[in-house]
Every structure is written in C-alpha cells, then in structure tokens.
Design a protein around this ligand. Structure first.
Ligand code: GTR
Length: 457
C-alpha cells in the first residue's frame, strides 16, 4: 500500500505520540449493550396525563379529552420536536407529474406518479407507486365492497416508505427505478449506491400486495431516499435546503433542527396530500406503516399529521416504540453516533442520561390517540427491545382511556405470534428483525376491526 505524504506524516506523528504517551493508545471504553432483564434499571416515566410545563410533566392534570387535544398534546409534541426528532416541516404545494396507469400483478391497477414537492421544476420530487386491488377481488362480507359501475368504492389504503427503491419491493417490470443514491445491500445486490434493474423484487417479501388487496386495501409506497438519502451526508441532497434549512455549516444548525426522520415524515404527509385527491382512495382511511427506522418515521408522521387514520410501527425500537429509559438493546448514545442524521442534534445530548429526557417513547405513541395504533415486535430482534416496545404501548394507554377507549387492554406480555389489544394492537412475531406477510396480515386484521368499513366522505 502506498501512502500520500500528508497521510504518512500523520501516521508518523501518531506513532511518535503513541510511543511518548503511556495511555495514548487507550480507546474510549466500548459501549456494552444490555440484554438481561435482571439488569434493567428501575425507571419512572413522565406522566402523560400531566400537562408538561417547562421541561417535564409537572403541570396540571389532564382531565378531559378537550384538555388533551387543546393543551397537553401540543406541549408533548413540542417536546418531541425540541428534544428528539426536530421540528415538523411545513406543507408545500404538491404537483403530480408523469402519471402512469397500467395493469399491475394479479388483476390490480398500478398508478405511478412523480410528486413535485414545492414550487418550480427544481423542487424535490418523490416517485409514488400505488396498487389498487382488482374490482372483482375477494368476496368476504366484512370487506369493503368492490367497485360498482363508474363510482369506485373509496378504498382504505396502506402507505409505507421503503429503504431501497420502489422496484426492490415489487417484481412488476414497469416499476420505475430511482436515479439518486440508494444503499448498498446484499439483498438488492447494489454495490455502488446506484439502483439497478436486477434488484427488482428482491425485497418483495416486505410488501405482500396481493394479501392486502385480498383484504380490500389499496397499498402505496415510495423510496425514503427521494427526500433524504440515508447517510450522514444525506442532508445536502435532501429536501431540507428547498425548505429553507441550511446545510453544511454546523453553526447554522439549531438543537431542534429536523433530520432525516422529520424529512421522511414530511414526505409521507405530502404523499397523503396527493392520495386524498384520488377518487379511488378514501381520505379518511389512509394508514401509515413503517419498519425499523421507517417505523420511527411512521410514528412521527402520524404524530405530526392527524389525517393518518391509523399508525403502524413495526420493530421501530430505539427512537421509535421502545422506551429509552429501559437500558436494553440499542441506546441513545449508539443510535445518535451511528445515525447522526436521523434526529435533532439535541437528542444526542441525552446519551447516557435518558432518565433526564422530558419525554419517553410512550409520548410519541400517545400522539396517535385516539386513532388506532399498532405496534409490532419480533422475538429475535432484541436490539429493538420488544418488551420495551410493549411497555411503551402499555404506558401510552391512559390517553386512549381518557377518550373512553381501551388501549392495549392488558399489561401482560402476550404469547408469541398472538395479536392482542383494543385501540392499540400489539404482536411479537417469531423470527428476526424484518417486516413480513405475517406482520402485514396482523395489520390488516387490526385495521379491518378498528376502522369504519365504509368510506367516510
Ligand atoms: C439499525 C438501527 C435501528 C433500526 C435499524 C433499521 O441499525 O440501529 O435503530 O432502525 O437499523 O432501520 O433497520
């Protein structure tokens, strides 16, 4: 290996420094991650039913849904913005360009549209892929009835962002391929951060379109990297500059500066702006779903945009559904070091002092109330702390109860692969970190139980 001169000098000085200073080679101690329930420290969560004042839940009690809606919810949302996710981003005009409509798999209809998010041809854009079920699908009585004549039945719809491009989640050869940065991955075969046709359908197991169609749901997806490429430098190519946020100069960045999660949540809301204009889609029954980092995003999107009728967090873990005060699996220190671009800068300052956070993750779950919420975990996904996700859902319950609803309805951890709940649903799937047809089946069962069966407009 050949070194350029400055590198060689740097290495030489490092060598000398090491030789001269006794502990110069000492590394910061490696962080250890706890997976032992017996070592989980006791903690007290902020009380959701106390109006937060200043930095904590030390104000007056929330006694009515009205007080929650008009005062407490906004205060908690403000704390989530300032300490964790950064500010929610403003709406912009959304223009659909290059709309394509054609036959999709299994008798479905495919609609693709490039949504221009903001003013002018240089505004950021995202490609949406929407499949509508075949009008003759299924005949189960509880399903929304199929289209009749030229007044299509308005359909409940699942919307989720994907990690690697729409084409990776569908084998349909007509699906458009992103032109920007995509992550490298063994599954997709991408090695140079460029999307390629050979990735088509490589992640299709994460999006069982036919299963959702058979249950009477339309389903839509878009690639998160369209508005914020998922890497530490992604901010530069993100939608944030188009919204007036500075990039490149750390001194210009405030503690509550939005990161990737806020930008992806904004993308979901802008897609919703377009979905609700389509005659086939029921604007009152759009469900936002997300897996892992995009599960954190789904929660934040549902918190910021109450038009989402239901929110689903799949294995969102740290910074998602899992309690931060529970020292189990991923930590604030680890997540903000590995993924500094996801959160507001302030979140990193809580590394190692999670107990001082004025919020915990039950707060972001409670932002969905009184709308239905579904939280799912996987047994082998200990990094995401399945029990911590369940306990956050338990702790969020009182807000649903305030509205006369049942939250999870239990604080007993359920058996594996058994869905439970009232207006909050939960299951822990057997197997590893992933989103599978089993998970989606539970989401559809829950949605069919909790959402109205008829379009509401
Ligand atoms: C992990 C990260 C998790 C989770 C996951 C994912 O590396 O530590 O918080 O979000 O990525 O998004 O797949």
């Amino acid at each position: 290996m050949r070194f350029h001169a400055p590198v060689a000098i740097a290495l030489l000085s490092l060598h000398l420094a090491t030789a001269m200073t006794p502990d110069a080679s000492a590394q910061p101690p490696k962080e250890e991650f706890n997976y032992d329930e017996a070592k989980v420290r006791a903690y007290i969560l902020p009380d959701l039913l106390m109006i937060p004042e200043g930095g904590g839940s030390d104000g007056e009690a929330v006694s009515t849904p009205e007080v929650w809606r008009t005062i407490a919810r906004a205060r908690w949302l403000g704390l989530l913005e300032s300490t964790e996710y950064g500010r929610l981003l403003p709406a912009v005009p959304v223009t659909a360009e290059d709309i394509e409509r054609g036959p999709g798999p299994d008798g479905s209809t495919r609609i693709q549209a490039r949504l221009r998010l903001g003013h002018g041809p240089d505004a950021p854009a995202t490609e949406v892929l929407l499949y509508l079920p075949s009008p003759s699908r299924g005949d189960t009585p509880e399903l929304p009835s199929p289209s009749r004549g030229d007044t299509p039945e308005r359909l409940p719809t699942f919307l989720h962002l994907n990690f690697s491009g729409n084409h990776a989640e569908s084998s349909d050869p007509a699906v458009r391929i992103p032109s920007g940065w995509v992550p490298n991955g063994k599954d997709t075969g991408v090695e140079d951060n460029h999307a390629q046709a050979s990735s088509r359908g490589t992640l299709a197991s994460r999006w069982p379109v036919k299963l959702l169609h058979d249950r009477g749901y339309a389903t839509a997806t878009a690639y998160c990297g369209d508005v914020f490429p998922d890497h530490a430098e992604g901010r530069k190519a993100s939608a944030l500059p188009s919204l007036g946020f500075a990039v490149g100069d750390a001194r210009m960045v405030s503690g509550d500066e939005p990161g990737a999660i806020s930008t992806w949540a904004w993308q979901l809301s802008r897609i919703l702006d377009w979905l609700v204009t389509l005659p086939e889609i029921d604007p009152t029954r759009v469900i936002v779903v997300g897996h892992s980092r995009l599960g954190k995003t789904a929660l934040w999107a549902g918190a910021g945009d109450e038009r989402f009728a239901m929110v689903v967090s799949n294995e969102s873990g740290c910074g998602g559904a899992a309690l931060e005060r529970r020292n189990y699996g991923e930590t604030v220190n680890r997540i903000t070091t590995s993924f500094p671009h996801w959160f507001a800068p302030t979140f990193a300052t809580y590394a190692g002092r999670e107990t001082e956070l004025p919020i915990d993750q039950h707060v972001v779950l409670a932002m969905t109330a009184p709308r239905p919420l579904y939280v799912s975990s996987a047994v082998e996904d200990r990094w995401a702390d399945p029990r911590g996700e369940f306990l956050a859902a338990v702790a969020a319950g009182p807000v649903w109860e305030l509205f006369g609803k049942v939250g999870l309805g239990t604080d007993t951890y359920p058996a594996v692969d058994t869905a439970i709940g009232g207006s909050i649903g939960y299951h822990v799937r057997s197997g590893p970190h992933d989103i599978t047809a089993v998970d989606w089946g539970h989401f559809a069962d829950f949605a069919t139980r909790v959402l109205p069966t008829k379009a509401g407009r």
